[in-house]
Design a protein around this ligand. Sequence first.
Ligand code: PBG
Length: 347
Amino acid sequence: MDEGANSLRRTLPGSGSFPKIRMRRNRRDSWNRRLVRENTLTTNDLIWPVFVAEGNGKKEEISAMPGQFRWSADRIAEAVAEAAELGIPAVAIFPEIDKAKKDPDGSEAVNADNIVIQAIKAVKSVVPDIGIICDAALDPFTSHGQDGLVRDGYVVNDETVDVLCRQSVLQAAAGCDVISPSDMMDGRVGAIRDALDSAGYDHVRILSYAAKYASAFYMPFRDAIGSGTSLGQGDKKTYQMDPANTDEALREVALDIQEGADMVMVKPGLPYLDVIRRVKDTFGMPTVAYNVSGEYSMLKAASLQGWIDYDRAMIEALVSFKRSGADAILTYSACDAARLIQSGFEV
Ligand code: PBG
């Protein structure tokens, strides 16, 4: 040992060898790393968002989301059955509505035979044990791509909430287990709870998009459901949250809990892990993270270029949600992750 190291050793109090505490010991072997691992991702943590499209016999890849497809209602149960077989507890269904059926008031949202309703029924009859989650929001159905009704250029709150209540009850009647208001109107959780209860659906749960930000990371999703072209240069900043805020997220979550939310969501995911942590610590509620389309597409795009290992980066990202305190994660990677977990893949 050279003089420098020897003199350093002598300066450490009571040390026979330098250094006495070696953090690397617990990292030396796989068995040891597994023993001291603090967070574990399991298939039970995953919710898979799936897309339903108009038509028959359709399975169409979404160009901005390689590996994800739009299924027609007559085929969507195929996809969901595969997720169920992998042990994924729930799916979230999102529709791509025919342009011809969109109007300014999103009236197709309250058509009792729209493709969301058809998909719910199809999935329930073929895969009865998987949880079905559906958005309450109008953006897939409106010709302007906004989540609510527009009056004088402004997305109006209370009138929108009335339509969301009708949409929610129709979805519940078709067999949807969880209504997930993603619109960010004020008071909608309480109103939807009342509407569900008075229609006899008191067992139907509400997973509120409680802290949902006006984010650039939704773009591939908007392409997938065709709401991006409807929205054009428009944005959702008068109802979705300012990405710079976190105290405001806590107020949003507090209100949704007070109004009867059973689970709360933070969205997007990876750029908002700090918000997830604060929400979990503050409320101790079942807390769900949405690893949104843009987060998925970034990983896919980089891996298709050979710049990143999708499997490893994806599992690492999902583990980060567990670390941040999330109980469950909506992720387009759910099936990929479940397969990797099944094969014994480690972070
Ligand atoms: C609709 C809705 C959006 C997402 C889920 N529900 C888009 C938006 O608010 O514009 C985004 C999902 C994703 O990007 O993966 N209210």
